[in-house]
Design a protein around this ligand. Sequence first.
Ligand code: ADP
Ligand code: MN
Ligand code: MN
Ligand code: MN
Length: 332
Amino acid sequence: MAYKAEYIWIDGTEPTAKLRSKTKVLTDGTDLPIWGFDGSSTNQAPGDKSDCVLRPVFTCLDPIRGGANKLVMCEVLYIDMTPHATNTRAALQTVADKFADQDSWFGIEQEYNFFQEGRPLGFPLGGFPGPQGPYYCGVGADEVYGREIVEAHMDACLEAGLSISGINAEVMPGQWEFQVGPLGPLDVSDELWIARWLLNRIAEDFGVAVTIDAKPMAGDWNGAGAHTNFSTKAMRENYDAIITACEALGKRVDEHIAGYGTGIEQRLTGQHETAHFTEFSYGVSDRGASIRIPWQVEVDQKGYIEDRRPNANIDPYVVTRLIVDTCCSALA
Ligand code: ADP
Ligand code: MN
Ligand code: MN
Ligand code: MN
């Protein structure tokens, strides 16, 4: 029997990369081969040297096509099999291997917005909905927009075997969140990219577009983030390690902000539950801090921290690499 493998990869679009995919029909029992694509159509190669290589790095069942069909997350290589300039996974692999003994876990909260006919889902034609307040975790047709898509996406992630850990309606109308994790840095990133692909693919069937823009609507509307929850084995065992990690993040602020997504200056304004991007702070329960220590973590004197700065449009391979490198160096 033949089955379909959807090869998914990250392109070279600037400043924020996009997902691409195409289908390979394979016969049962064969391994997933490396494959290729036209890099001149994805901002990854010049026309006269257009071939790029796709190497499978993570595979799961395809909940859309069902049966034995598969989704295949790939990394992009040059034809000499070295990592392509757009391949941020390779650098994460190196750092993850270096600090593997510290057993890093991540849970990423992916916020996003639905759009239809050029405006946020739920925004009336030529006007605005009521101000923010009732929409977060709301219920009812006057407050919640797109729930059928969100439910279909969550079911699809579960069927695929991804570690989706929850969903919620967000502060802006038509804005939602799903969480992936906790998982190691490579797994959480591979799974987040696949979960994003599934979200876009499922919303497509509803005629709705998904954006992970950090500030999709200017003005008094919340931006979209990707709060990144992090722990090492030591942090899961003692509070000193929690503080060491927070202090270490405070020493490499510029480098982290530069890797936390396009347009972060528009989102981290010091308003809408954010800390200003030029400032660094950490605190228990503080949603206005750069890093929040959940109250339960202070009570238990162990657990994890939440970096609230990453944008919705992050590359998780970059963000998890920065956090592992900074915190695990300090904890080593
Ligand atoms: P918030 O209260 O900020 O909205 P969420 O419930 O949306 O938090 O997300 C919390 C995330 O933290 C989840 O993805 C969860 O899996 C993850 N998480 C829980 N414990 C840990 C841990 N020890 N290390 C890393 N991530 C964790
Ligand atoms: Mn959340
Ligand atoms: Mn949220
Ligand atoms: Mn959060």
